[in-house]
Design a protein around this ligand. Structure first.
Ligand SMILES: NC(=O)c1ccc[n+]([C@@H]2O[C@H](COP(=O)([O-])OP(=O)(O)OC[C@H]3O[C@@H](n4cnc5c(N)ncnc54)[C@H](O)[C@@H]3O)[C@@H](O)[C@H]2O)c1
Length: 327
């Protein structure tokens, strides 16, 4: 499959590397308003460089594009690509507005093209392992989840449109849906820098949620599930799992730590980008599966809309000081 990338910044560079390395995909073009930035990312002369994404799509006619520009540009770029028959993988957040997300999902439906959202946290090995533990029922019946994600802050609030909730927080919102199922209502407090909420899953299970731009320790998140026979945690950084469980009620407690030495050592030597790229590689294969109509764990357009709706609902709940039920 011939793919192109729009936006060759920090994330676009990793997306481009992922496409170039993947079996079955070819990186054919890159567009960035900063030509030098795009040229640095293009690894060979075979990859065409553009400063206009419209011109790139019209001339190169890629089968799919990855949009990794600032969030306030996602909608116009995705609509343009979808209307010209491209499948699209767009970085999170899908758009800065809920209406924008809905227009994007609708356009993809009308065009009959796949629109996927870059919720790559789904593909962190620790999250995948936790999902497996939950599927196997190893902690019994789950009664609540606890989700936290934070870092030391961004200067680009107006680009993100919604503070920490739309930045690291939107990954956490998607992870909440990924592990607990659909969210029905929220009760929260949110400012630009911090958001805390109780999310209620349709299953009846509550999720305590926090996202922050004031985590002085730096980038760091975890997802915990508590059941009647134990608990399991997926955490990053460093990546690890912790499982404490009894094999039966009243049985002996067993504690399992799962570490990821290969990932941790590689990060120490080559940086955090290596882990992000690993998750992008896995995500890309899920994107291709979804284009082929095969089952996949990729975040689809509706997941992007829903994550945005939950973030907006937390802001609404905060202003109203009341719970908000989602449509
Ligand atoms: N999935 C993740 O883990 C993760 C992590 C960080 C950021 N992101 C998301 O990735 C996206 C990009 O973030 P980033 O940190 O790479 O930003 P960045 O500022 O490093 O890169 C953005 C690039 O887009 C280019 N650009 C701006 N306007 C353009 C236009 N009109 N046409 C073409 N190119 C244009 C810029 O020149 C820049 O090179 C954002 O949506 C962000 O939320 C995702």
């Amino acid at each position: 499959m011939r793919l192109a990338v729009i936006g060759a910044g920090v994330i676009g560079r990793l997306r481009a590397a992922s496409i170039a390395d993947h079996r079955g995909t070819e990186l054919v073009a890159l567009a960035d308003v900063d030509r030098e930035c795009a040229a640095r990312v293009a690894r060979t002369g075979q990859i065409k460089i553009f400063t206009s994404y419209q011109q790139m799509i019209e001339e190169v006619r890629p089968e799919a594009v990855v949009v990794s520009t600032p969030p306030m540009l996602h909608e116009e770029m995705c609509l343009f690509a979808l209307e010209r028959g491209c499948h699209v993988l767009v970085e999170k957040p899908m758009s800065t507005t809920l209406e924008g997300c809905r227009r994007m999902a609708e356009t993809a439906r009308t065009a009959g093209r796949t629109l996927a959202i870059g919720f790559n946290h789904r593909f962190y090995p620790a999250v995948q392992w936790m999902k497996q533990v939950l599927r196997e029922g190893r902690i019994g019946t789950v009664d609540h989840f606890r989700i936290f994600g934070g870092h030391a802050g961004l200067k680009k609030a107006e680009e993100t449109g919604g503070g920490c909730l739309m930045d690291i927080g939107i990954h956490m919102t998607d992870l909440a849906r990924f592990v607990a199922g659909e969210i029905e209502s929220v009760y929260g407090v949110g400012s630009e820098d911090n958001a805390m909420a109780i999310l209620h899953a349709r299953s009846g299970v509550p999720i305590s949620y926090q996202s922050t731009w004031t985590e002085w320790r730096g980038f760091h998140w975890h997802v915990d599930a508590y059941g009647d026979r134990g608990m399991v945690r997926a955490a990053y950084a460093p990546m690890f799992n912790m499982l404490i469980a009894r094999d039966r009620r009243g049985g002996r407690r067993r504690r399992t730590f799962k570490l990821y030495p290969e990932i941790i050592v590689r990060e120490k030597i080559k940086g955090w980008e290596t882990t992000t790229k690993l998750t992008f590689d896995i995500e890309l294969s899920h994107f291709l599966k979804s284009i082929r109509g095969e089952p996949s764990e990729i975040a689809d357009a509706d997941s992007g809309v829903r994550a945005n709706a939950i973030a907006q609902a937390i802001h609404r709940s905060s202003r109203a000081r009341a719970p908000v039920v989602l449509e």
